[in-house]
Design a protein around this ligand. Structure first.
Ligand SMILES: [Mg+2]
Length: 286
C-alpha cells in the first residue's frame, strides 16, 4: 500500500493512495459518480442534523430513561454511518428498530425521514439560495476540483452517470443548481418505492444497457456502498475521502472506511485532476 505520508499536513500535497495497483486501467468508457460528499457539498453537515435528531427520538423511549444523551448519540452515529450511502430511509428503518428495542412505539420510518428532511432543509436553505442568486459560487459548494474532473472525463467522451441515495427530486435540483447536470447522461436518486432503487440496480442497468465489461467502468464515491457495488461488477473504484468541512484534504475516517470497502485508490479531492487522469489512462495521449 502506497500510503500518502503527509502526516498532519494532509492538504499540502495532493497524492493518489494506491491500494490495488494491479488493476488494468485505461479502458474506461463509463463513469458513475456518487453525489453528496463526492462532488456536492450542498448537504455538508447532514450528520450534525441526523445524529442529534435520532438521539432525541430515542431519548423519549422508556428504555432510555437512564441512558445519557451522549451514549444515545454515539449509538445513533454508529448505525447512521453503517447505512451511509444507501437511501436515507434505511437509516430511518434502523431508528424505528432501535426505538422499539428501547420500549418505545416507533412511527413509520417515512415519518422520521420527513422530519429529518425538514430540519436539514432549514440547514441548507441558505446554500441553495446563494446558488440560485449567484451561480458563480458553485465551486464553493462542491468538492475541490470537481468541475475539473467532470470536464476532463467529458473531453475523453466518457459517459457519466450520477447515482445518489438522496431523493431523486433533490438530486436533480441540486445537480442543476451546481451546474453539474449537463455532464451526466443519467441522474438517479432514491424514490419512494425504495426497494426498487439502489446503486447496485443503477450500476447493473448501466452495464446491461451498454453491454459493458467491468474494466470499462469507473466509480467515484465517498461511501462504502458504491465502492462495494462497483467492485462487485469488476469496475475500478476511486474512493474520494474529502474532509467536507474544508472541501479538500483527507478525512481519516472516510479514508479508512473506503480502504476497507475495497477501493482501488483513494484521493483527497479532485484538485490533482491532471495527475489522476494520467493515472487512470496510462500511456495514452490525453
Ligand atoms: Mg456520498
Amino acid at each position: 500500500m502506497n500510503e500518502c505520508g503527509s502526516c498532519g499536513s494532509e492538504t499540502s500535497t495532493w497524492a493518489i493512495e494506491e491500494i490495488n495497483g494491479a488493476y488494468r486501467r485505461g479502458g474506461f468508457r463509463f463513469a458513475i459518480f456518487d453525489f453528496d460528499g463526492t462532488v456536492s457539498l450542498i448537504r455538508e453537515g447532514w450528520q450534525a442534523i441526523m445524529i442529534p435528531y435520532f438521539a432525541e427520538e430515542m431519548s423519549a423511549c422508556p428504555g432510555a430513561a437512564r441512558i445519557d444523551r451522549a451514549c444515545l448519540e454515539a449509538e445513533a452515529r454508529d448505525f447512521i454511518y453503517m447505512n451511509t450511502g444507501k437511501q436515507t430511509i434505511y437509516q430511518c428503518i434502523e431508528l424505528a428498530r432501535r426505538i422499539e428495542k428501547l420500549g418505545g412505539k416507533a412511527r413509520e420510518p417515512l415519518a422520521y425521514k420527513a422530519e429529518y428532511h425538514r430540519r436539514l432543509s432549514a440547514h441548507i436553505a441558505e446554500r441553495k439560495a446563494e446558488l440560485r442568486s449567484k451561480p458563480e459560487t458553485a465551486e464553493r459548494h462542491a468538492v475541490s476540483g470537481s468541475f475539473g474532473i467532470l470536464e476532463a472525463l467529458k473531453a475523453r467522451d466518457i459517459s457519466m452517470y450520477l447515482a445518489s441515495g438522496t431523493d431523486e427530486a433533490y438530486v436533480l435540483e441540486e445537480a442543476a443548481l451546481l451546474g453539474m447536470d449537463k455532464y451526466f447522461a443519467g441522474i438517479y436518486g432514491a424514490r419512494d418505492d425504495y426497494k426498487n432503487f439502489s446503486k447496485k440496480i443503477v450500476i447493473d442497468r448501466i452495464i446491461a444497457e451498454n453491454n459493458l465489461h467491468g474494466e470499462e467502468l469507473i466509480g467515484f464515491g465517498d461511501g462504502y456502498v458504491e465502492i462495494e457495488n462497483i467492485k462487485s461488477v469488476g469496475g475500478f473504484a476511486c474512493g474520494v475521502a474529502t474532509d467536507e468541512k474544508r472541501r479538500t484534504g483527507i478525512d481519516r475516517w472516510k479514508r479508512n472506511r473506503l480502504a476497507s470497502s475495497g477501493a482501488d485508490i483513494i484521493i483527497p479531492d479532485f484538485t490533482g485532476t491532471e495527475q489522476l487522469m494520467l493515472y487512470l489512462f496510462p500511456g495514452r495521449d490525453r
